[in-house]
Structure formats: C-alpha cells, structure tokens
Design a protein around this ligand. Structure first.
Ligand code: ZN
Length: 147
C-alpha cells in the first residue's frame, strides 16, 4: 500500500463495480473522448465551478497501461477510454497537488463531478460502492462541489 495514497485501490474497486472494466464497456475513440472532454468543460456547471481553469487536454496515453494525470493533461491509453475515466482524470486536474491523491477531498469532489456529468442516480451508485469498499469521502465536497 502506498502510505501517501491509502485509498487508491478501494477507489478503483468501487469505480469498477459501477462502471465495469474495459472489457464490459466499449471503449470510445480518442476523438469521441476529446469531444466528451470538451462538452464537459464547456458546460455551465463546469465553468461555474472552475471559472479560471485552463482547458485540460486529453492525450493518448501511449506507453502506459493506466490512465493518469500529468503536466496538466489527462493521459488516457487505449484500454481506458471511457467517459468515467475522463471525469476521474479531470478531478485530479482540478485538485490541489498537495492533497492526498485519492483522499477524502478528492473522493468528495469526484462524487460531485459524477453527479454533474452523469446524474444523481450514478452518483448514488458510486456512493454505495464507496461505502461497500470503505472509501472515505468529504461529504461537503460531494454535496456542494468546490466551494
Ligand atoms: Zn486517480
């Protein structure tokens, strides 16, 4: 276990329960993924929450197995090209870097983002999966977003 990122495996497990693995959900093309990323960042709720935020580019993630956030960009390789992965990586992009990578603050904001992007029923499903996997999240961030 990474002592500086104690929840990472639990968070991944919870997300897999809700969104499935890449084997269950058809991958999007890089073009479709970027289109989704643009739609999210042009939405009224995103612009209201992150008004001064530079656009987060989506890169093709070549050479790495998992999606990751690096240098202000979301790197999403072939087997991870799903909308929920975009939201997860965007959440990393907007979180202050000094906070725990998949800590309570991240998980709270992630829930809020899932609710905005996919609706309340998906948010509730992820909340339940977080509970099953004993993920700790910030309830205020989950309800109010980045206030
Ligand atoms: Zn992550």
């Amino acid at each position: 276990m990474d002592p500086l990122d104690r929840q990472v495996k639990k968070v991944y497990a919870a997300e897999a329960e809700v969104f499935g693995t890449h084997k269950d959900i058809p991958d999007l093309s890089l073009r479709e993924l970027r289109q989704f990323g643009r739609e999210i960042q042009r939405s009224a709720w995103w612009l209201g929450a992150f008004p001064a935020r530079p656009t987060i580019p989506i890169k093709d993630g070549r050479g790495s197995e998992d999606a990751r956030h690096q240098d202000g960009a979301a790197h999403i390789p072939k087997d991870a090209r799903r909308q929920d992965v975009v939201i997860h990586e965007f959440c990393h992009a907007v979180m202050p870097q000094w906070l725990e990578w998949h800590g309570a603050a991240f998980c709270g904001l992630l829930l809020w983002l899932y609710g905005k992007a996919f609706g309340e029923s998906v948010k509730t499903q992820v909340e339940k999966a977080f509970r099953r996997n004993r993920v700790i999240w910030d309830r205020r961030a989950a309800q109010f977003g980045p206030t």
